[in-house]
Design a protein around this ligand. Structure first.
Ligand code: NAD
Ligand code: ADE
Length: 418
């Protein structure tokens, strides 16, 4: 079996942590048990480009239990847990090509290695597999029946490909499932981004001005948790409706140019580029902390910061201090890469359980329905989404009511009024 990881001797630590995560992934575990029995993915080759975490390991175990042959590569150069990669290879017999801190060339070399299995299904987080296949490895297209996509930025890229009629196979947008973005993007990113900032800096959040750029699903979660930790939360937005929502949720809404002057901590989570740029760095207070949880490392203009800084040094792991000509220092966390996966462990297993249940069942749906879907991006079928919600509630021991026949009739009629 082919692989490229940091150190196979980390496998025992990885196995313990993968099993720990599995304890909080009951929905995925149930799917794994069904897959084990029925082998619905027998002989299916899957290339996956996902953050190599303990939660991802449990998804890989599930696909393998279903009979799939898998190659896993990282979806970010800083998000790999080397112990997880080691355990996947040694304990679970899965090909992994990922090393935490790999440079850009190695990142793409690893994508090429994963693609060497000639996948029938691609499983992406950010659409790097799809874009590599469509630009540099078109010979692989003949084997591919479809794919899945985990995150907002990946879905945006794929929808753009479909609109331009260059997408060559069907993709299920896992991110768009209610049981994904309602929980993973909001509560997952909310908690794990603060976790990343805290592990990197150990600052007290209470009393600080915490600027969140973007009040989408992730931004709402981060704002909620920063407020809970005692920060004064400031939101920056470009969408008037989201800005209004942030304001009525009780947050202070400002343009970045104003927020830059008063923020102590900045977190970008927009999926957009240059949200914090040269002019904003120049306005920041001494000691400002700047991080990103959006998918790509383009939200903070580091190139501009590198140009204007008079010096740069690493002051703690994952913290680089840049000194500006005005004497102020700006601290960039994790080189502007996803702070929750670089400086912490990403979202907890409890929430990834639903995201990855969607991935496993979407891979199966692609296998069984790819011919009907066409070369486009579709949502996770509603019955899959609702079933995952039902299973998750069951595993949490939460019962809910069901409609009575009288209520069903009332809700489907129009005659009854005051
Ligand atoms: P979303 O579309 O729900 O929200 C993004 C928000 O950013 C929107 O409200 C948009 O109006 C706003 N925005 C865009 N440009 C802006 C700008 N220049 N200034 C201020 N606001 C701006 O998306 P989301 O689901 O919240 O995802 C955001 C990013 O986070 C994406 O890149 C996504 O892939 C990524 N993501 C990361 C994690 C993680 O683990 N770190 C998890 C899920 C999603
Ligand atoms: N994205 C965010 N958190 C994650 C995790 N724990 N595993 C895989 N992908 C993630």
């Amino acid at each position: 079996m082919d692989y490229d990881i940091k150190d196979i001797n980390l496998a025992e630590e990885g196995k313990n942590k993968i099993e720990w995560a599995d304890n909080n992934m009951p929905v995925l575990r149930k799917i794994r048990e069904d897959f084990e029995r029925e082998k619905p993915l027998k002989g299916v080759r899957i290339a996956a480009c996902l953050h190599v975490t303990t939660e991802t390991a449990n998804l890989m175990r599930t696909l393998k239990a279903g009979g799939a042959e898998i190659a896993l590569t990282a979806s970010n150069p800083l998000s790999t847990q080397d112990y997880t990669a080691a355990a996947l290879v040694k304990e679970y017999g899965i090909s992994v090509f990922a090393i935490k801190g790999e440079d850009n060339d190695t990142y793409y070399k690893h994508i090429d290695s994963a693609l060497s299995i000639k996948p029938m299904i691609t499983m992406d987080d950010g659409a790097d597999l799809v874009s590599t296949i469509h630009t540099k490895k078109r010979d692989l297209l003949e084997h591919i029946i479809g794919g899945t996509e985990e995150t907002t930025t990946g879905v945006i890229r794929l929808v753009s490909m479909a609109k331009q009629k260059v997408l060559e196979y069907p993709i299920i947008a896992v991110n768009n499932a209610m049981t994904k973005h309602f929980f993973d993007n909001r509560y997952g990113t909310g908690q794990s981004s603060l976790d990343g900032i805290l592990r990197a800096t150990n600052v007290l959040i209470a009393g600080l001005n915490f600027v969140v750029a973007g009040y989408g699903w992730c931004g709402k979660g981060v704002a909620m948790r920063a407020k809970g930790a005692g920060a004064r939360v400031i939101i920056t937005e470009i969408d008037p409706i989201k800005a209004l929502e942030a304001s009525m949720d009780g947050f202070w809404v400002l343009p970045m140019e104003e927020a830059a002057k008063i923020g102590d901590i900045f977190l970008t989570v927009t999926g957009n580029k240059n949200v914090i740029s040269e002019e904003h760095f120049k306005l920041m207070k001494d000691g400002a902390i700047v991080a990103n949880s959006g998918h790509f490392n383009v939200e903070i203009n580091l190139e501009a910061l590198e140009k204007i800084a008079v010096s740069k040094r690493e002051v703690r792991q994952f913290v680089k201090e840049y000194k500006l000509p005005n004497g102020n220092r700006v601290n960039i966390l994790a080189d502007g890469r996803l702070v929750n996966l670089s400086a912490a462990e990403g979202h907890p297993a409890m929430v990834m359980d639903m995201s990855f249940a969607n991935q496993a069942l979407s891979a199966l749906h692609i296998l069984n329905h790819h011919k009907e879907i066409g070369k486009t991006v579709i949502d996770v079928p509603e019955h899959i989404d609702r079933n995952i919600a039902k299973l998750k509630l069951e595993t949490m021991g939460i019962d809910i009511d069901t409609l009575t026949p009288e209520q069903e009739e009332y809700l489907s009629g129009w005659q009854e009024g005051t």
